[in-house]
Design a protein around this ligand. Sequence first.
Ligand code: TXA
Ligand code: MG
Length: 359
Amino acid sequence: MIPTKIFRMTEEEPDREAIRLAGEVIQRGGLAAFPTETVYGLGGNALDPEASRKIYAAKGRPSDNPLIVHIADRKDLDRLVREIPPAAEKLIRCCWPGPLTIILEKSGIVPYETTGGLDTVAVRFPDNRIAQALIRESGGYVAAPSANLSGRPSPTTAAHVEEDLGGRIEIILDGGPVKIGLESTIVDFTEGVPVILRPGYLGQEKLQEILGEVNMDPGLLSETETQVRPRAPGMRYRHYAPRGDLKIVEGEADAAAGEIRRRVRKHLEAGESVGIICSEETRDSYPEGDVRCIGSFADEEAIARHLYGILRAFDDKETQYIYSESFFTPHMGQAIMNRLIKAAGHQVITVQQKGDVNG
Ligand code: TXA
Ligand code: MG
């Protein structure tokens, strides 16, 4: 156990001294967690193989799952990669700083420990002033996975980070709740047509508007994780998983709510604890169970922001069974459902009409 120091601040009023201290920790090979606009990151020096090893150990993460290198200046990308194809350049100009990670061929300065043995590197320029200041104080290149224990939902507050990594890392910079709440969109530029390896705030449609042709990794679309392997190693693991048994109920709203109500009743009769994840619009359809409203269908950003916190809250209460409505919202629906379906280990119940159930 090492003592973990926590410093509270806001983007508007950053604690310069604490950020400098965290930068020093990273410069000498230690770890510090920090806020980004997507989720909290666990930072170490990306150019130091030993620091990358420490990150894997702190998270309990398999070391073949590569880390994202965070920068705070577009020019710093040049040293990390062999070349920047025009499409990547175009996307960077539109979306950096922001919730976008790009994959390119790595240069010699990036250790294989950081890339999980791959010849490619993931790079991101986050849109958060605390993160940017820390990256600059750390020497410019910070490897940072989400700051959760491997297998747990990504942290959207500093309290989540402390829960998972308190006693394992030296510093947490607490910048309050994050803005987006889902991890960055990952786009691979190493094979001709750009491919989305992980959907995020920037969806396929938006990327197509900017780039023209953009494919979705077929590994993300397959029903079970065994058919086609996702290309991002991290998307292959069961991830974001709550401890309880989570199932998604899909279909017309009234029918789905009816199915969830019926199942909740059965669990309660058996003396089991059961939670429900629903929208503001359907909140009143559930008279019993631990009902968590994730947000309005009209506010998909709220749905994205609240997802991981709700999954963690059910863990805290050791809820045994959880049912979630599905949230195919217009822009972030792809990302929200990707995370939710992974959290459910692909358990999706499809309700055709009232009373007619599949799966
Ligand atoms: O929003 C984010 O991206 C957050 C914040 C902290 O920036 N970071 C994050 O990192 O989500 P992490 O380590 O939890 O997820 C990184 C994902 C993993 O699925 C990993 O397999 C994939 O990126 N990845 C990293 N480098 C890769 C590479 N060279 N090729 C393919 N996938 C890669
Ligand atoms: Mg992660």
